[in-house]
Design a protein around this ligand. Structure first.
Ligand code: F3S
Length: 275
């Protein structure tokens, strides 16, 4: 059996940057998990004494606080600033962007629509910058009952699919006089999505490596599954089952944006041993 890696996979620019910042900072706490990968979080704790807290209320004696790639809410940021701690802001610049857009458009009187999961920390952080009416939706029909005034700005969670984003934009354009559309979907996600699609189309089995609570990884898994029914989502090599590879000719491998290379290498090595 041949094993092929997707043309683009794994760590994105934002996560690489956040991990470097955490390694350099040492002896710090991150507000919420720095990335969606339990093994990497454990490594940062063991090797660099970087602890993970659930939220800002858990901060104790730590003098340094790291803001994760998803960002935190404006209110939490203000509280952190007044606490006097050193702040290391690892918010991904691609998340900063929609935060800034929402703040600016709100200040100009635009109502805000965010395409995303309302419970996702990134969406919470972006939404917190809105000062006008704001709506978080996964589908345009959720806006059917909304009576918009006359101008709306639309942004997206960075990991969402562009096709659905366009549907929501089209819907808004028929409903509201002035619509400002900001495509804030992250390039890295898009590249990984395109790459997994072409690999899944020719593979007999697909392995996607990543955190099970990472929306980015789940999205990759769904695309893989659409084009290759034998697709599996795993967090590390221990979850592999040799039966998945019986009579298969090509195994495609990809990984979510928060998956470190060392985990992917271990997975590939184990699959090699099966074939
Ligand atoms: Fe940033 Fe995109 Fe990664 S938003 S954290 S570069 S997936």
């Amino acid at each position: 059996m041949k094993i092929e890696l997707a043309k683009s996979y794994g760590f994105c620019f934002g996560v690489k940057r956040a991990i470097k910042q955490a390694e350099k900072t040492k002896d710090a706490a991150t507000i919420g998990p720095l990335i969606h990968n339990n093994d990497e979080i454990t490594r940062l704790k063991n090797d660099f004494n970087v602890n993970t807290l659930n939220d800002i209320s858990e901060l104790g004696n730590e003098k340094k606080a790291i803001i994760r790639t998803h960002g935190i809410t404006k209110q939490d940021l203000d509280n952190l600033k007044t606490s006097g701690r050193e702040i290391i802001d690892a918010t991904c610049p691609f998340v900063k962007k929609p935060q800034e857009i929402v703040e600016k458009m709100s200040s100009e009187g635009y109502e805000i629509v965010i395409f995303g999961d309302s419970n996702h920390p990134e969406v919470k952080s972006v939404r917190s910058y809105a000062t006008t009416n704001n709506y978080v939706v996964l589908d345009e029909n959720e806006l059917n009952e909304v009576k918009f005034k006359n101008k709306v700005a639309l942004v997206s969670q960075t990991t969402k699919k562009v096709e659905k984003f366009m549907q929501i934009a089209n819907y808004l354009m028929l409903k509201v006089k002035e619509v400002r559309v900001f495509n804030t979907i992250c390039d890295a996600t898009f590249k990984n999505q395109e790459a997994i699609k072409s690999l899944a189309m020719k593979s007999d089995v697909m392995i996607i490596v990543g955190g099970k609570n990472s929306s980015n990884t789940k999205q990759l898994f769904l695309i893989a599954k659409e084009h290759c029914k034998d697709s599996y989502l795993i967090e590390n090599e221990n979850e592999l089952d040799y039966r998945w590879f019986n009579n298969k000719k090509l195994c495609g491998v990809s990984a979510g944006a928060s998956t470190p290379d060392w985990i992917i290498e271990k997975v590939v090595k184990k699959i090699e041993n099966f074939s």
